[in-house]
Design a protein around this ligand. Structure first.
Ligand code: NAD
Ligand code: DAU
Length: 349
């Protein structure tokens, strides 16, 4: 099999590339990535010399380029992760999210169709999406695959739109597709604009921890390595045209998660108990901030037998250890452009 993975230099994508190279050594993997601020080839240093791995720098918003890439390669499958992924950035610059997440996905569908039509046998287009398309839950209930779409942020609206286009290519053109909608991921190589790596970095540097609103919002956290495993299972055994929710049954309010993280950081950095929590600073809430996400992943467990492998406490500790032992990676990605972004977003906080 020759698989095209888009966004493979990003957080989840790099774990998916690594997982596929390790678990499917007979496959050829082409990683297509634009290398935006979130894409980093250092995320792939341990595997980039493997003979069955190839990196292509390119932009999914460039339809002609994609047509050429598909004409020059006989891809059997696409695993599409490339996207603008940060909600706060989507509030600051919505159009970029429409162009990358919607137009980019349609370009990819067009190129795959042009290459595969009319014989789709053995082909698969796998679109990686998010639970945020379902909107916000109250205190009760879980998102199932039947939950109506109700996105609120420009990011989630763009992902919802891309999901609809993928289904349209299945229904209209017979494209073999599968979609998964996953909850919040955490783990190594996550860009430190997202809650967990941002707060680890700020604690190390004794900077304030900007908690949006009252910290009462709830997220359902999944270790990125478990997400990569779920993607493998769904890519190979998921039913054509279906959607699978992925989540860890692991709900945490932001403030409880932050307190746990602070305790772990105090221990790891040998600081007095309570030192990290003193850095908590409540700031203006995110606009349109969804209250609660929680995933019912029973379909995936029932049909394909996938279950998360580790507890959150264990996964979070492993994650902290990784960031503390990769200070160079963190310094590298937090310099330059990132610094300017952080100042614009948070001012002097
Ligand atoms: P990320 O921001 O870390 O990585 C995105 C990657 O896409 C980067 O390598 C970037 O360079 C690349 N990219 C962006 N625009 C591109 C373009 N125009 N052409 C080619 N490449 C481009 O994102 P992530 O957190 O790894 O998320 C990956 C996917 O998973 C996204 O589709 C996201 O919506 C989805 N997702 C993320 C989470 C999460 O918690 N992070 C949860 C569920 C779903
Ligand atoms: O649910 C899946 C989604 O999870 C993915 O689709 C997105 O790509 C990914 O970014 C993530 O979105 P969130 O907005 O939930 O993640 P983030 O890490 O930005 O924020 C997690 C929670 O923490 C959220 O309630 C907002 C809050 N937060 C975040 C930041 C960055 C803060 O309180 N302070 C912060 O500085």
């Amino acid at each position: 099999m020759h698989i095209l993975i888009t966004g493979g230099a990003g957080f989840i994508g790099s774990h998916v590339v690594r997982h596929f190279l390790k678990n499917h050594p007979a496959y050829t993997i082409t990683n297509l990535d634009k290398l935006t601020y979130a894409g980093n080839l250092a995320n792939l240093h341990d595997i980039d010399q493997q003979p069955n791995y190839r990196f292509v720098k390119g932009d999914i918003t460039d339809g002609d380029f994609l047509m050429r890439l598909f004409a020059e390669n006989r891809f059997d499958g696409v695993i599409h992760l490339a996207a603008e992924s940060h909600v706060d950035r989507s509030i600051a610059n919505p159009t970029e999210f429409v162009v990358t997440n919607v137009l980019g996905t349609v370009n990819l569908l067009n190129a795959a169709r042009a290459s595969w039509h009319p014989d789709y046998s053995g082909k698969r287009f796998y679109h990686i999406s998010t639970d945020e398309v379902y909107g916000s839950l109250g205190r009760e209930g879980l998102f199932t695959e039947e939950t109506p779409y109700d996105p609120h942020s420009p990011y989630s609206a763009s992902k919802a739109s891309s999901d609809h286009f993928v289904r349209a290519w299945h229904d209209t053109f017979g494209m073999p597709v599968v979609i998964s909608n996953c909850s919040n991921n955490y783990g190594s190589f996550q860009f430190p604009e997202k809650l967990i790596p941002l707060f680890i970095n700020n604690i190390v540097n004794r900077k304030p921890l900007p908690v949006y609103g009252k910290g009462e919002n709830i997220r359902d956290w999944l270790w990125v390595v478990d997400h990569a495993e779920a993607i493998d299972v769904i890519f190979h055994r998921g039913r054509n045209g279906e959607t699978y929710n992925i989540g860890g049954h692991n709900e945490w309010s932001n403030i409880d998660l932050i307190r746990l993280l602070c305790r772990i950081m105090d221990t790891k950095l040998a600081r007095p108990s309570g030192a990290s929590e003193k850095l908590v600073a409540y700031v203006t809430d995110r606009a349109g901030h969804d209250l609660r996400y929680a995933i019912d992943s029973s379909k995936l467990q029932r049909e394909l037998g996938w279950v998360p492998s580790i507890s959150f406490e264990k996964g979070l500790e492993l994650t902290v250890d990784w960031y503390l032992s990769h200070a160079e990676w963190l310094d590298d990605v937090t310099s330059g452009g990132y610094q300017r972004y952080y100042e614009e977003m948070y001012g002097n906080r």
